[in-house]
Every structure is written in structure tokens, then in C-alpha cells.
Design a protein. Structure first.
Length: 457
């Protein structure tokens, strides 16, 4: 019997991968699964995803030493791109994070060196030699896996498992946890097979990861498989009743982005005023989705709890064992899928929620401001629309970018009255970032793994 290790470093990854058909198909082909996760001993995690032929082992996130920080810094430098420039010039959260000397040094050193793929390979070899990651040696000797499926290859914990796999001669299949990960840093270990959501990501893999195109497989988005499951999708009336929404009003979803968008409470207040005073030309209501990856984000919108025509998402239940505390239950996956299916417009920043909306052919209003105060390009969210990963999304022209409250009102009004606006752009987003929305992404992932380990027959 062949054995496959699957890394699950985040609760969100558990939801995305383990509720798809990946494990089911592998088990049907007689493959034994070992889930490596920080929540490996948690009873809820085991009950949700355990079963015959599924075992659990720890995924350890080691503390980085000085050597690790230097190596990771080089891996980040070797993918020098538009996002690097933006972060070095304006900071991630604020300009106080910037340093002129560091910015010039990085540009001088890494901008020319990023073109040489062999340098990534050299740094990977040095990384493996200096930091061989022997913590998993006993597990690899005992389980003798045929392959490792790493679901977050830019994560330090996953890199440790990938290093162990490389030293033990075990095949590595890698799939970034999200579409925007490839420009962040070069993988510390090069996989034998790279699985991507859609064709828009292939140039990023070639450019930033020095991966041969023949090693890439397009599989789609596993968490979108639920959209094709009739048992998971409720009617609009049923879903609206479950969240206390008015079925006679359009539903606007506002997706907050946490610390990087501190103006979100004021923005939510602006939106609440628009729906409360019926300023959009169509009777509407507002659904606020806090940034659940951070604790306490719900409290930012407490002033709107009793506001008429405003619903604040409280259907998210934090779980134990993962640092993101993500609600990986099938119940929440169903709730989120129905929210995306039955909303009328998405309002968000440079967020993956735009891909979720496009997958359901729902209009997206991208926000480039944080409230009534006017801020410069470098101090507002406008800069993130020019990042290495998001510039491609904007280039498909499937959304509206607004820079002040009046533009926001006009864009919402236009979409609510004519949801087909920019539909061709959304279709391009689906084709290029989602590949196929046929409910088969999990199956394609499983078949790619089976093919690599010679068990596809």
C-alpha cells in the first residue's frame, strides 16, 4: 500500500483541500493518507477529517534562527517584483516600516539577480545543506511515503517537510494555498510537480519559482467544487431566511481585510448609510464579513450591530490547533458558498474575495479609499492594485475601482440595476484564475498525485 503525506498548516487549507474529493479518491485507490497538521491531536479536526486509512502526525512550525532569516530574505529578494517595490517604498501597514538604505540595497542587488534562475537553485541547495530539517526523519523512515503533497509551500513548516522529502528521495507535489502566493518568495525546495488554480498563474511559476512548464498542472480551485454540489446550494429564499435577510432587497457583501485596511469601520458606516437611506436606486441591504483570519475583527463593526438593513457575519466559529483559527467545518463551507452564490454585489479591497465573486458571476466593486479622509496613493489601498499578483486581476476589467464615496455609490447603483455590466471581464477572470468550475478540482488534484506515484491505474 502506498502512503501519501498531506500538509495542512492552516484551518483554511483544511477547508479548501479536505472537503474536496482529494482524500476520497486517493483512499478509493488504496492509498493510505497521513495528514500532517498542527491540530493533529485535536478531537474536532480528527472527527471532521478522520476515517479508515487516514492517519495524523504533527506539523511543526520551527522557530527561525539567524541563518533561516538570512536564507528566507534571499529567497524573497530573488523574486524582486512590483510588490517588493511597493512594500519597500510605502511599507505593508505604514510608511514607518520603510528604510531608504534597505530599499536601495535590495533594488541594487536583487533587481538584476532575479533574472538568473540558477541562483534560486543554488540558494535552495545551500538552504538544504545548512538547514536540513531532520525533525521528520523518524516519521519518514517509519511511514515510507511515496509522495508528499504540500499545500502551502511558501510556509516554513511545509518547507521542513519538503526538505525531509528531498533528502529521503520522496516525490513532492506542491500547491500554493492561494493564487497570490507565487510572487512572495521562491520555494525553499523545488517540487517535482506544481499544481495551480488556473493559467494566469503559470507565468508567475515560471518567472518567480524557476519551474519548468512541463512540471505544472492546472487543476482549478478545490474550494469551489462545492458550487457544483446541488446538496450544498440552498435556494435564495432559504439562505436569506437563514441569515435574517429580506428577500425583497438586494444583498451587498462588504469583505473587510483587517489590519491592512484600518478605514473599514468608516467604510462600513458609509455603506450602511447608503442602504439605510435607499440611495442606490434599488432596495438593498448590507452584509458585513469581518476579516476572520485575525481575532477581534468582529468588534470593529459593533457600532452597526443594531443598524436596520445591516447584517454582520456571526456564523464563523473559531477552531483550535491552527494559528488562523479558521472554521474548517462543512457547515461553514456551505454557508460561505451560499453567501457568494446569492449575494448581488461584492465590495472589497485587493482581495481573493474578488475571485470568489467572479466564480459566481457576481459584480465586484474594488475600493481604493478607507473613509471620508482623502489619502495619497502610497497611504491608501490603491497601491495594492498595482502589486505583482493583483495587477493581472485588474487587467481583466471585470470590476470597478472606486476612489471616493460618491464613486462607490454610483458603481453600486449601476451594478444593482444591471448586474451584467463587466460580465465579459468576470468571464475572463473565471477562465484564467479558476480554470474549470465543474466540481472536479479535487479529482484533478488526486489524479495528479496518483499519476506521480504510479497508482493511477
Amino acid at each position: 500500500m502506498k502512503t501519501v503525506f498531506i500538509t495542512i498548516s492552516r484551518g483554511s487549507i483544511a477547508r479548501n483541500i479536505l472537503h474536496s474529493d482529494v482524500v476520497r479518491i486517493l483512499r478509493e485507490r488504496g492509498v493510505r493518507i497521513v495528514l500532517l497538521a498542527p491540530a493533529w491531536e485535536d478531537s474536532q479536526f480528527r472527527n471532521e477529517f478522520g476515517g479508515e486509512g487516514v492517519n495524523f502526525a504533527p506539523l511543526v512550525d520551527p522557530r527561525q534562527n539567524f541563518c533561516d532569516r538570512i536564507i528566507v530574505g534571499i529567497h524573497k529578494g530573488l523574486v524582486y517584483n512590483a510588490t517588493t517595490v511597493l512594500r519597500d517604498r510605502y511599507g505593508f501597514l505604514s510608511r514607518s516600516e520603510t528604510n531608504a538604505f534597505r530599499r536601495v540595497a535590495k533594488r541594487t542587488v536583487f533587481k538584476p539577480l532575479r533574472r538568473f534562475g540558477f541562483l534560486k537553485e543554488a540558494v535552495r541547495w545551500i538552504d538544504l545543506w545548512l538547514r536540513p530539517a531532520r525533525d521528520y526523519d523518524d516519521l519518514f523512515r517509519r511511514e515510507r511515503p511515496s509522495a508528499v503533497f504540500t499545500t502551502n509551500p511558501t510556509e516554513t513548516a511545509d518547507a521542513q517537510v519538503m526538505k525531509a522529502a528531498r533528502r529521503h528521495g520522496v516525490k513532492i507535489i506542491a500547491m500554493p494555498k492561494s493564487w497570490d502566493n507565487l510572487p512572495k518568495l521562491s520555494f525553499r525546495v523545488k517540487p517535482d510537480l506544481l499544481l495551480l488554480w488556473g493559467p494566469a498563474l503559470t507565468p508567475h511559476a515560471l518567472r518567480y519559482q524557476h519551474i519548468e512548464e512541463s512540471w505544472i498542472r492546472l487543476v482549478g480551485v478545490p474550494q469551489f467544487d462545492v458550487l457544483s454540489d446541488s446538496k450544498m446550494i440552498m435556494t435564495r429564499e432559504e439562505f436569506f431566511r437563514s441569515i435574517g435577510a429580506d428577500p425583497d432587497r438586494k444583498l451587498i457583501v462588504f469583505g473587510s481585510e483587517g489590519k491592512v485596511t484600518p478605514g473599514d469601520p468608516e467604510l462600513a458606516e458609509i455603506l450602511a448609510g447608503m442602504v439605510g437611506r435607499d440611495l442606490l436606486g434599488v432596495p438593498s441591504q448590507l452584509y458585513i464579513r469581518p476579516y476572520f483570519a485575525l481575532r477581534g475583527e468582529e468588534e470593529k463593526f459593533s457600532a452597526l450591530i443594531r443598524r436596520p438593513r445591516v447584517i454582520i457575519d456571526h456564523w464563523f466559529t473559531r477552531t483550535q490547533g491552527f494559528r488562523d483559527s479558521w472554521d474548517y467545518t462543512l457547515r461553514h463551507a456551505k454557508h460561505f458558498a451560499n453567501l457568494m452564490r446569492h449575494m448581488d454585489v461584492m465590495v472589497t479591497h485587493a482581495s481573493t474575495l474578488a475571485i470568489d465573486a467572479a466564480a459566481n458571476d457576481r459584480p465586484v466593486v474594488h475600493v481604493g479609499f478607507g473613509g471620508h479622509e482623502t489619502k495619497s496613493y502610497g497611504d491608501s489601498t490603491l497601491r495594492w492594485y498595482d502589486s505583482a499578483h493583483y495587477a493581472g486581476v485588474m487587467a481583466e476589467r471585470g470590476s470597478r475601482l472606486v476612489k471616493n464615496p460618491d464613486d462607490l455609490r454610483q458603481a453600486l447603483s449601476a451594478y444593482l440595476q444591471n448586474p451584467s455590466l463587466d460580465g465579459e471581464g468576470r468571464a475572463r477572470l473565471r477562465e484564467r484564475y479558476c480554470y474549470r468550475l465543474d466540481g472536479g478540482a479535487g479529482g484533478r488534484i488526486a489524479r495528479a498525485i496518483l499519476s506521480l506515484i504510479g497508482a493511477e491505474g
